[in-house]
Design a protein around this ligand. Structure first.
Ligand code: FES
Length: 103
């Protein structure tokens, strides 16, 4: 099966107090589940895949996602952000500027 998009969300967990921080301590596991729910809600199952990822090396921006094939990076802070990425970027190809992680 071929997917149009893969959404990889970091769910890496580090001990609290680790100076590098981590996405899991900022709610990324719940947000990754919500990406999956949104894929279903929008009827994209089989077309778009929401995957868990280990550290994506953008820890200070976390929770972090990278979406392929474009290789676009977003910071995702809430379920509202997930919905905006799904409805604007995945469905329409619009860049969600306010959530972009700079190169
Ligand atoms: S811990 Fe999430 S990008 Fe490193």
């Amino acid at each position: 099966m071929r997917f149009t998009h893969h959404i990889f969300m970091c769910i890496n967990q580090r001990p609290k107090g680790d100076p590098r921080g981590c996405c899991a301590n900022n709610g990324s596991e719940q947000l990754q589940k919500f990406f999956k729910q949104e894929v279903e809600r929008l009827g994209l199952k089989g077309t778009v895949r929401a995957n868990k990822a280990g550290c994506l090396d953008h820890c200070s921006f976390g929770p972090t996602v990278v979406i392929y094939p474009e290789g676009i990076w977003y910071w995702v802070g809430s379920e509202k952000d997930v919905t905006e990425i799904m409805e604007r970027y995945i469905l329409k190809g619009e860049i969600v500027d306010r959530l972009l992680i700079p190169d």
